[in-house]
Design a protein around this ligand. Structure first.
Ligand code: AMP
Length: 284
């Protein structure tokens, strides 16, 4: 990497947990456009999974991922092992890994409230990946809006010399946000999963009818999701983008309408940023 940088080549970076899909590939296309060399990492980061989460079940197909990378202009796949990244997690008795990045405010909101430690795991691995890959620019998805906001914060606060681009959410034709976890859904659950984008669409329609009261919008969304048998709400929130705190009324500032819903055993997230709703790519 240092050699590539010495040659003055711009390195674009797309961090992923693999099992690649159109969402990841849209990030690769942006990196391709913006940089000379595209590095994609595949690392299922154990630090960002809680004890009762789906780490063991996380889908993986390196052969298919390599083919997709080759066809979509990825120059380098970086696929470290857990042992490479965190020796302590692999060798229980030793303590080779002991430094974590912990953001103390934004990381406690939204997904952070139900997934304690998750964003510390994300920020720690992204910091390590930045130091290993030495990218000039990195692309992250709006799909994980809170993650993107936190990484932007880390880049700013810790002076990482990395330019970050946030890419719009890629969806299936029926509105479901593409996710590696969608393969875990049964046909019934797949149908139920449409309630996330449907709730956001409803929120957008209510907003367009000039309603600005967040209570009204959230309760309509929650009513819609509660009608779906296989769905269990983790949260439905309307927050200010700058602090991720719930707001009462939508005004002139940027806001994020975000939700997390368990569909059977699979936890799905989706969001709609306002007024920058093009990032949500939500069909009418
Ligand atoms: P993951 O492999 O799920 O950790 O995702 C790796 C990157 O791809 C993250 O920056 C995600 O936000 C992004 N991503 C995942 N799904 C989508 C999607 N449907 N649209 C756009 N970006 C996505």
């Amino acid at each position: 990497m240092l050699e590539l940088r010495r040659q003055g080549r711009q390195i674009g970076f797309v961090p992923t947990m693999g099992f690649l899909h159109e969402g990841h590939l849209s990030l690769v296309r942006i990196a391709r456009r913006e940089a000379d060399v595209v590095v994609l990492s595949i690392f299922v980061n154990p630090l960002q999974f809680g004890p009762n989460e789906d780490l063991a079940k996380y889908p993986c197909d390196l052969k298919r991922d390599s083919e997709l990378c080759a066809r979509n202009g990825v120059d380098i796949i970086f696929n470290p092992s857990v042992d490479d990244m965190y020796p302590v997690l692999a060798k229980a008795s030793s303590s080779y890994f002991n430094v974590f990045i912990d953001e103390k405010d934004l990381s406690r909101q939204l997904c952070g409230a139900s997934r304690p430690g998750h964003f510390s795991g994300v920020l720690t691995v992204v910091a390590k990946l930045f130091n290993l890959v030495l990218p000039d620019m990195a692309v992250f998805g709006q799909k994980d809006a809170q993650q993107a906001i936190l990484i932007q914060r880390m880049i700013h606060d810790l002076d990482f010399p990395v330019r970050m681009i946030v890419a719009p959410i890629v969806r299936e034709n029926d509105g479901l946000a593409v996710s590696s976890r969608n393969v875990c859904l049964s046909p019934d659950e797949r149908r139920a999963a449409l309630c996330l984008s449907a709730a956001l669409r409803l929120a957008r329609n209510i907003y367009r009818s000039n309603e600005r009261d967040c209570g009204v919008i959230k309760s309509a969304m929650s009513k819609l999701v509660k009608k779906v048998k296989l769905a269990r709400i983790d949260y439905i929130e309307i927050v200010g983008t700058h602090n991720l705190r719930p707001i009462k009324r939508i005004g002139d500032d940027d806001v994020l309408i975000a939700l997390a819903v368990h569909i059977g055993n699979t936890r799905l997230i989706d969001n709609l940023p306002l007024p920058r709703d093009r990032l949500a790519n939500l069909p009418e």
